[in-house]
Design a binder for this molecule. Sequence first.
Ligand code: CP
Ligand code: NVA
Length: 310
Amino acid sequence: MQHLISLKDWSTDEITAILDLADAVKAAPENYRDAMQRRMLVMIFEKPSLRTRVSFETGICQMGGNAIFYDMATSPLAAGKETIADMVKVLSRYADLLMARLFEHRHMKELAASAEIPVINGLTNFNHPCQVLADLQTIREKKGPLAGLTLAYLGDANNNVTHSLLYGCSKVGVNIRVGCPADPSASPLPAVVADATAAGRAAGAEVVVTHDPAEAVAGADVVYTDSWMSYHIPKSQMAQRVQQFMPYQVSAKLMALAAADAIFMNCLPAMRGYEQAAEVIDGPQAVVFDQAENRLHAQKAVMLRLLGKA
Ligand code: CP
Ligand code: NVA
């Protein structure tokens, strides 16, 4: 039994196979309309969501299965009456597949350790693997073969999406340059950078962390940013973070330093005037809605794979 907890655990071949399957599912969804017949996906949420919640439910329903949305706030676990292990052992008796969006990554690992069914990480404070599978599918669609491309990530880099981009890009040969403040609280975790650097060495990709936003984006094929106010960041930190990250806002001026045909990506939700200028996300280089759509196709591929239907 396989889980999707982190792209760190998935090989280059496994990631590429998911991207290929995601393309096949996107091209001919009718070929998969019965693939999940009578399969039940339970979706556990501790945090808000639009894309993850709706794309997973739509995805399994389009393949003949069903989904249950389970709000963790209403659980015996949240009431302090049950352990994660007991909860997941019970869910394993009802459902075929589990997707969870949690705060703590260690809770995701605990969940997977006791699960008798495959578990998909729908985001933790630490990473967001489903997002990055959809992102790689999008990049390949727009830019062709991944190996040798360069992605620049700007902004809050002590971030789940950044960590998954580091794992994912380095494994498939995409050079990744992270531009972020020098403060460790805004930088990717050193252990992730070390893992990505080693994976990149094997795949021919370079991993760079810089504090100069212009250096990060120079000539890049993809410019990527994410919220400065991730779901787990307290609102009280907003003013201080806006000040800290503003030099890394993807402005039209910074975007102009990337390759002339560069694409702009944001996993969404996005705030105009913060992590990017409105003219960038609403401009011709932005592919954010194709990126959001690919969550549906990439996650169908993940579900098919984890249930042995690939
Ligand atoms: N990108 C993403 O995961 O969006 P949601 O938070 O809306 O699920
Ligand atoms: N980094 C963001 C991603 C949202 C999909 C967050 O954790 O809120």
